[in-house]
Unconditional design. Sequence first.
Length: 132
Amino acid sequence: MKKTVKVVAGVIENEKSEILCALRSHTMSIPNTWEFPGGKVEQDENEQEALEREIYEELNCTIKAGATIHNDTHEYEKFIINLIIMDATLIKGTPVAKEHAKVIWLPIDHLNAIKWAPADIPAVEKIMKQNE
Ligand SMILES: Nc1nc2c([nH]c(=O)n2[C@H]2C[C@H](O)[C@@H](COP(=O)(O)OP(=O)(O)OP(=O)(O)O)O2)c(=O)[nH]1
């Protein structure tokens, strides 16, 4: 049976209404695809805590996790992901790619110009639709 992995990811918006997008490196799982930064929820932490921890570890900045905007499952070849995407507010610092190949800020109406991890596609469509 495939394992289900619970992953939190953040939609971080800047003052120009651009969204932070992160490129998974060739050494990561699901390589060379774009994602909302975040990661797996560990035991003994809630979803907000997990997101705030992951963003600090991966991007060296402090965020406050907000409302959940997407919560769905997607079946990959090797595992099932429960992807929970939350709004996030940058509190301190500037995001720096410590583990990703790079990070970029994209206007919402350009989000579909990059190749997203398959589990993210419905969320990207939802975010773009809400912005129309
Ligand atoms: N952070 C994040 N991960 C995502 C997204 N969409 C998506 O399919 N994923 C997948 C990629 C990874 O397989 C998993 C997140 O785990 P992780 O960020 O801790 O990745 P990792 O490279 O340490 O994981 P792994 O190699 O041990 O599998 O969820 C997303 O938007 N954000």
